[in-house]
Write a protein that binds this ligand. Structure first.
Ligand code: EPU
Length: 424
């Protein structure tokens, strides 16, 4: 097992290029099962979760290979197996995204029922409710969800909670269902829009993606396509916050500024100067201490839950007192206890963290509990006085491509080391 060793105190300076989005790439890869053929998916980040999805497609009968640095070639012509096994789903919950594409492509799916994870229970009841509405027979047995779609037909699907994965699964099944489907209270996240764009390139008829109501007209057949994944908005936000906490001055290239508006808005409030161009953000903190700002996580276009831990790290050294409220996941405050070990003054009341900014954090040995919590601890370490060791960084490797290399290029002192105490 690896750990990061960070010597804090370096102001970030320079240029960083953003990778393709993890949370867009995973459903796009799943969508290749919907119609048998050869797909070239570009701008795919090299991450552990992407490898897990590739392994899953392999188990289903497809083949996946890198054809250049960031392009994955998926051949789904031999996909005949419809069972997503426990061993892979337990490694990555997003494996559940093959539910919609298997139902659409093979008219049946048996997918291990995903358990909860560090950040919450994360049920899939709404995915299943949506599939039932489309005429699927859904059964749970022996830890698996069994879906048979003899008569896949369009319908009205209401989500009482906005769900990104649920919207994606229903989209994939509905594009080949007979008749029209309307998804109400659909997720509006850019990753959902990216999936809809790829499906449209395959010949699907979809309207309203990016709004709360998506209308789909089922088509008889699709065609394979080539596609480019959008840039990762959470990676973009993470580098912006890292710049803020180190009072730095950086340029972020290859991003989509409109996708991170909720984050840049908050950072401006916190005192950051932000200049946006088409695919570039220039951010400067003018060597000033940030000002405390309140944050509440809300589905897109609100402030993303996937940036909550990182902005809280920034608030730990900000001037004033702030409240960070998590409304999406019930247990996404695991980083708080670790940030406290670095000297942060945080009190949690219900789902709100009250953060009293301190002048300086001190380096400590801390442990990552999930992907975004790890990013938050790295960010805190960049600003802390002394050495911070972040262990269990396999979480980081799931979702940030070459994070230490990119941070080093911006001047951070961060190295990856074997963690002798954690086994391998
Ligand atoms: N929910 C239900 N029932 C369902 C589905 C969801 O109650 O059937 C609840 C969840 O428990 C949660 C809320 O709805 O409280 C939102 O969950 P959603 O389904 O939107 O989340 P997801 O699709 O499982 C994706 C991202 C997450 C991100 C969330 C919210 C992927 C692969 N994952 O998860 O990303 O936090 O949307 O934006 O796209 C991450 O990258 O670190 C990460 C956790």
């Amino acid at each position: 097992m690896d750990k990061f060793v960070i010597e804090g105190g370096e102001r970030l300076k320079g240029t960083v290029r953003i990778s393709g989005s993890k949370n867009a790439a995973l459903p796009l890869l799943a969508a290749t099962i919907l119609h048998k053929g050869v797909y070239n998916i570009g701008n795919v980040p090299r991450l552990r979760d992407v490898t897990t999805m590739a392994r899953l497609i392999g188990v289903l009968g497809g083949s996946v290979e890198w054809v250049n640095d960031q392009t994955l070639r998926v051949d789904s012509r031999n996909v005949e197996n419809y069972i997503a096994p426990y061993e892979l789903v337990k490694e990555m919950r997003a494996s559940v995204l093959v539910l919609g594409s298997l139902v659409g492509g093979l008219r049946k799916a048996t997918v291990s029922y995903p358990g909860g994870c560090a950040i919450g229970e994360r049920p899939i009841n709404l995915h299943l409710k949506g599939l039932s509405a489309l005429g699927c027979e859904v059964k749970i047995r022996e830890g698996y969800v069994d879906v048979v779609a003899k008569n896949l037909r369009g319908s009205k699907v209401y989500f009482d909670t906005t769900t990104v994965g649920g919207t994606e699964n229903i989209l994939m099944a509905a594009v080949v269902a007979k008749g029209e489907t309307t998804i109400y209270n659909a997720a509006r996240e850019p990753e959902v829009v990216d999936l809809a764009c790829m499906l449209k390139r395959m010949g699907a008829k979809i309207e309203g993606e990016g709004t709360g109501v998506i209308r789909i007209k089922g088509v008889d057949s699709l065609t394979p396509c080539d596609y480019e994944v959008i840039p990762d908005r959470i990676e973009t936000g993470t580098f912006l916050v890292a710049c803020g906490i180190t009072r730095g001055n950086i340029t972020i290239e290859g991003c989509i500024p409109s996708h991170v508006k909720a984050v840049t808005d908050k950072l401006k409030e916190a005192g950051m100067d932000i200049v946006e161009d088409q695919n570039t953000i220039k951010a400067s903190m003018f060597n000033k201490r940030p000002i405390s700002v309140d944050v509440k996580t809300i589905p897109y276009p609100g402030f993303p839950t996937d940036m909550q831990a990182q902005i809280m790290a920034l608030m730990t050294i900000a001037k004033g007192v702030s409240a960070t409220t998590e409304t999406i996941f019930e247990n996404r405050m695991m980083h708080v206890a670790e940030l406290r070990r670095m000297g942060a003054d945080i009190k949690v009341i219900g789902n709100t963290a009250i953060v009293k900014g301190v002048k300086v954090l001190s380096g400590a040995k801390v442990m990552a509990s999930d992907l975004r919590a790890s990013a938050s601890l790295i960010i805190a370490g960049l600003a802390a006085y002394g050495i911070t060791e972040v262990s269990r960084i396999y979480h980081v490797d799931r979702g940030y491509e070459s994070i230490e290399k990119k941070l080093r290029e911006l001047g951070a002192k961060i190295v990856r080391r074997k963690d002798e105490n954690m086994g391998s």
